[in-house]
Design a protein around this ligand. Structure first.
Ligand SMILES: [Zn+2]
Length: 155
């Protein structure tokens, strides 16, 4: 067997590892590898390199996935915290407006020399109703936030 034959089998080894060769080619290669130490060593070494590359790409994917997952989780947590604080603020504002109306409505009416009902209307229009609107808006905010995050990710 001359040098070119071994060269041919080593090329077949590459092709076999890269994606497969025809069955009879594979059989010829196996037969040659059983009898030729040089080509078997080449085959084993190539096999290790390919296996190593596969392991490497798997590892890179796994750590990338973990990073992406943890950053997603972090941003979701941030969003939830923000949402809780804003909801709490809206509740406090709404209750505060109602309390001001109940406690200081008469006082304000006398200070500004207006009717008690006008104070209540003013508070309702400029404080309580806007607070309530913001409060009712909050169930929608996580959805809007999600849409915003999706937009950011696309950029
Ligand atoms: Zn050989």
């Amino acid at each position: 067997m001359n040098i070119d034959d071994h060269e041919r089998f080593r090329r077949m080894t590459d092709e076999s590892l890269a994606g497969g060769i025809a069955d009879d080619g594979e059989r010829l290669l196996r037969e040659h590898l059983d009898t030729c130490t040089g080509c078997r060593e080449y085959h084993d070494a190539s096999n290790r390199v390919v296996a190593g590359l596969r392991g490497f790409s798997f590892e890179a994917d796994a750590s990338l996935n973990a990073r992406v997952l943890s950053s997603l989780r972090r941003s979701a947590q941030r969003g939830r915290r923000r949402w809780v604080w804003s909801s709490a603020a809206a509740v406090v504002l709404t209750m505060g407006g109602t309390l001001v109306d109940l406690r200081f409505g008469d006082l304000m009416a006398s200070v500004f020399d207006i009717q008690r009902m006008q104070v209540r209307e003013g508070l309702l229009t400029f404080w309580i109703v806007p607070s309530l609107c913001v409060l009712m808006l909050f169930p929608l905010l996580p959805l809007l936030g999600k849409a915003g995050t999706r937009r950011e990710e696309r950029i």
